[in-house]
Design a protein. Structure first.
Length: 265
């Protein structure tokens, strides 16, 4: 039985675990607040045992400050592990601001506010020759989409008509990871949908699906966003997914936000 070890059982990691278990895999999850189904990240003996036993290892843990906590604590063990497949969920934020231009896996990284993220991405890439790095854009899916923000009154439309983002449905990310397990070579893969566009279009579509009026257009200052939400608008790029399509035989089940939001309903 294949055995996947997932370090970081967050939104995407949990969704992947559910899919793998449905396909007959044994899955071990690791998180900081352990429960009956996961190991505690600080329980080194248990985590090191899992690393040594797993056939597949994936980390979805982002850096904390300037360091990647998984690499700091378990990087040596993962580098030496007998696993036949290893992966890391990174971010398309490593590309920084491209002024709305397209970026792909060969584009420069490590600029602006995502320097720590880019360093973690590079460090994982150097850890093992068989590593797969999945660079992910904005992730949405059931319980975490523009529909939820509209329902909860948290949706904004920002008056930045040239601002463009890429995104991916969580199940398309899971499918991309699985495709790399079955027949994909090591390397870097952008897992994004086919339609980069303004965030306002998602909000307007979500409002239409829910039969609610779209919120008014606001400036960034008028919206009074949190620093994290405001930083979302500091970068502008389109993410190309052609490499994943060519080498993994993957294509998004939800190629645009329209199909993805309807599925979330």
């Amino acid at each position: 039985m294949p055995h996947m070890l997932i370090l970081g059982m967050g939104y995407t990691g949990s969704r992947l675990a559910m899919r793998l278990r449905a396909e007959g895999w044994h899955v071990t999850g690791v998180r900081r607040a352990a429960d009956a189904e996961t190991l505690d990240f600080s329980d080194e003996a248990a985590v090191l045992t899992a690393i040594a036993r797993a056939s597949h290892i994936l980390s979805s843990v982002p850096p904390e400050g300037d360091a990647d906590p998984v690499l700091t604590r378990y990087g040596g063990a993962i580098a030496a592990a007998p696993a036949i497949w290893t992966g890391y969920l990174s971010s398309t934020g490593v590309y920084g601001d491209a002024a709305g231009a397209w970026v792909d896996e060969a584009s420069p990284t490590g600029v602006a506010r995502r320097a720590a993220r880019a360093q973690a991405d590079a460090d994982w890439g150097a850890l093992r020759p068989d590593l797969r790095r999945f660079r992910l854009p904005g992730i949405y899916g059931p319980g975490r989409s523009a529909l939820d923000r509209v329902r909860e009154g948290r949706a904004h439309r920002i008056d930045l008509p040239d601002q463009v983002f890429s995104r991916a449905h969580v199940d398309d990310i899971v499918a991309g990871v699985l495709a790399s397990i079955h027949h994909g070579p090591p390397g870097i893969y952008n897992l994004s949908d086919d339609l980069p566009c303004a965030q306002n279009r998602l909000i307007e579509e979500a409002c239409a699906l829910l039969g609610q009026p779209a919120p008014p257009l606001l400036t960034l200052e008028e919206a009074q966003l949190s620093p994290m939400a405001r930083s979302f608008y500091a970068e502008n790029r389109r993410v190309a997914n052609g490499r994943a399509k060519r080498l993994l035989g993957w294509s998004p089940l939800y190629p645009t936000y329209r199909e993805g939001l309807r599925a979330c309903l």
